[in-house]
Design a protein. Structure first.
Length: 213
């Protein structure tokens, strides 16, 4: 029975089904992260009470963590992967870091009793656009790795860091008070999310270069 199970796993690996399954798990992680961006945007725009957004973010984070745990478990059992295991692990861990930064943003938005502000929207919009590109890149990874790498690099084009910098500059261009400092700190959380997203892009691109070029 054990031998039959191992043979079945080897057949899945050699047929490419394992690569597709592993990529799908990362896509699910990214979908949870995109949901986190939507929650952060709703709270920052005053469309959703911060306490409610914080509660819902807990469920989204649990979903992302469960997907990552399953990915790690399957990586241990698989013979193949769409890119080197180390790079796929780095990619998944960086996506998890993006969601952690969004969780901290929503949690602190509630704790600090921050007021809705348009300052957050450009950074959150850039994060959402970047996640869309990265999700498409991971979908392409098993069958078209070079196209996946090109699509992943587009995830850096929306420019999370420049939008963060412009938002902070606008805040500091006026009177600096407690609200300004609070908004600047919260924007820093979104910048952290952007940094982690860039690390996820690099992990995918590095993996493709090492394996296919």
């Amino acid at each position: 029975m054990v031998a039959d199970s191992r043979i079945a796993a080897l057949v899945r690996d050699l047929s490419g089904r394992t690569d597709q399954a592993l990529a799908s798990l990362v896509v699910e992680q990214l979908a949870a992260t995109a949901a986190g961006v939507r929650l952060a945007r709703s709270a920052a725009a005053g469309e959703l009470a911060p306490a409610v957004a914080r509660q819902r973010m807990g469920a989204v984070e649990h979903e992302g963590d469960a997907g990552r745990a399953l990915l790690v478990k399957r990586l241990r059992r698989s013979v193949s992967s769409p890119i080197d295991r180390e790079d796929l692990f780095r990619l998944s861990r960086a996506v998890d870091d993006v969601l952690d930064a969004l969780r901290d943003f929503v949690r602190e938005f509630d704790l600090f009793q921050a007021a809705p502000s348009p300052a957050y929207a450009p950074v959150l919009d850039a994060l959402a656009a970047s996640l869309d590109h990265l999700s498409e890149a991971v979908r392409l990874l098993p069958a078209a790795p070079r196209r996946a790498a090109d699509e992943a690099l587009l995830a850096k084009k929306p420019g999370v860091r420049p939008r963060y910098q412009h938002a902070v500059a606008d805040l500091l261009g006026g009177p600096v008070d407690a609200d300004t400092l609070r908004d600047t700190l919260l924007l820093g959380r979104l910048d952290q999310a952007g940094t982690s997203l860039a690390a996820a892009v690099d992990a995918l691109a590095d993996g493709v270069v090492k394996r296919f070029q």
